[in-house]
Design a protein around this ligand. Structure first.
Ligand code: NDP
Length: 281
């Protein structure tokens, strides 16, 4: 039976470390500040934004909140980002996605100063990751690497398979596993005979958004299984992309949903905020 990777516990460790880092900066008169922009009042976005602000408070990070109406123009939003880019007291800028249809997410992402891009979505951040230069990395895949490392799971020389190739999870995940010297295969909806590929994985990361898609039958005996998916099952409960009950019988380590990768995303965001100050210094 697989051991559970406890994302709640590990994310708390990381937030406690952030608290120590912000305290050390505060002793030098430096406050870490994150600007959080939300457009409209989508309930899911409001929950994410509230959780991020709460985490900031826990970690000793000042958060500035900008709640813009659904009807705000792209130019007004870009102007706010430009203003925050130029403010020396703002270290990180986060625009909660998705944005209303009349606003280009690409233009908004590209407007953020790469030095304040704590979400790691700016093309400069993505480019830096792919050529092995320092920069911000998308929080969820970075959180997966922390889960593995802090559970004592080595990536070096391992056969790693990523299911899903989105810009915020699958692709940066593959880059990070590669950086850690894993041998990486990325799969997607056009992959032929997916099961054959997933069964080769020593480390399998699944991020597709399909409840229970990967089962124990798709795994190699003793695989490490990281489930990034967050879905609502038929019973209305939160569930991952992996069928936990069948997978845990075959895997050596597995992340639950909820309580696995989910809490790591915000913890890594907090870490990126502190890093934005540390990098400059
Ligand atoms: P996207 O919808 O952007 O991407 C899904 C990916 O899965 C695509 O690359 C798609 O392939 C691939 N895919 C879809 N169906 C299949 C299939 N049958 N076989 C193989 N690949 C398939 O999703 P995200 O990456 O944004 O999110 C994935 C999941 O992770 C969601 O459940 C989301 O809620 C969750 N998530 C969790 C986070 C956290 O904090 N824990 C953060 C971000 C996301 P193709 O490219 O060919 O279409």
């Amino acid at each position: 039976m697989a051991q559970i990777i406890d994302g709640k516990k590990i994310s708390t460790q990381i937030k406690d470390e952030c608290r120590e880092r912000t305290a050390a900066l505060a002793a030098q008169g430096i406050t870490v500040t994150l600007a959080v922009i939300q457009v409209g009042s989508d309930p899911a976005s409001s929950v994410y934004v509230r959780n991020k602000k709460r985490a900031c408070e826990y970690c000793g990070i000042r958060s500035l909140s900008y709640e813009l109406p659904e009807t705000v123009s792209e130019e007004e939003l870009l102007n706010l980002i430009r203003e925050l880019n130029s403010r020396a007291d703002v270290n990180g800028i986060l625009v909660q996605l998705p944005l209303p249809k009349h606003i280009s997410e690409d233009r908004v992402t590209e407007a953020i100063d790469p030095g304040k891009d704590v979400d790691g979505f700016h093309p400069m951040s993505v480019g830096a990751l792919s050529i092995g230069k320092p920069g911000f990395v998308s929080c969820t895949p970075q959180g997966v690497i922390e889960l593995l490392k802090r559970s004592g799971i080595s990536i070096r020389r391992k056969e790693c398979v990523v299911v899903g190739r989105s810009n915020i999870v699958g692709k940066p995940m593959a880059m990070l596993l590669l950086r850690e010297n894993g041998t990486v295969t990325v799969t997607h909806s056009a992959t032929v005979n997916l099961k054959e590929v997933t069964r080769r994985a020593d480390i399998l990361v699944v991020a597709i958004g399909k409840p229970g898609f990967i089962t124990g039958d798709d795994l190699k005996e003793g695989a490490v299984v990281i489930d990034v998916g967050i879905n609502r099952g038929a019973d209305g409960k939160l569930c991952g992309d992996v069928d936990f009950e069948s997978a845990r019988k075959v895997a050596s380590w597995i992340t639950p949903v909820p309580g696995g990768v989910g809490p790591m995303t915000i913890a890594m965001l907090m870490s990126n905020c502190v890093k934005s100050v540390e990098m400059k210094r």
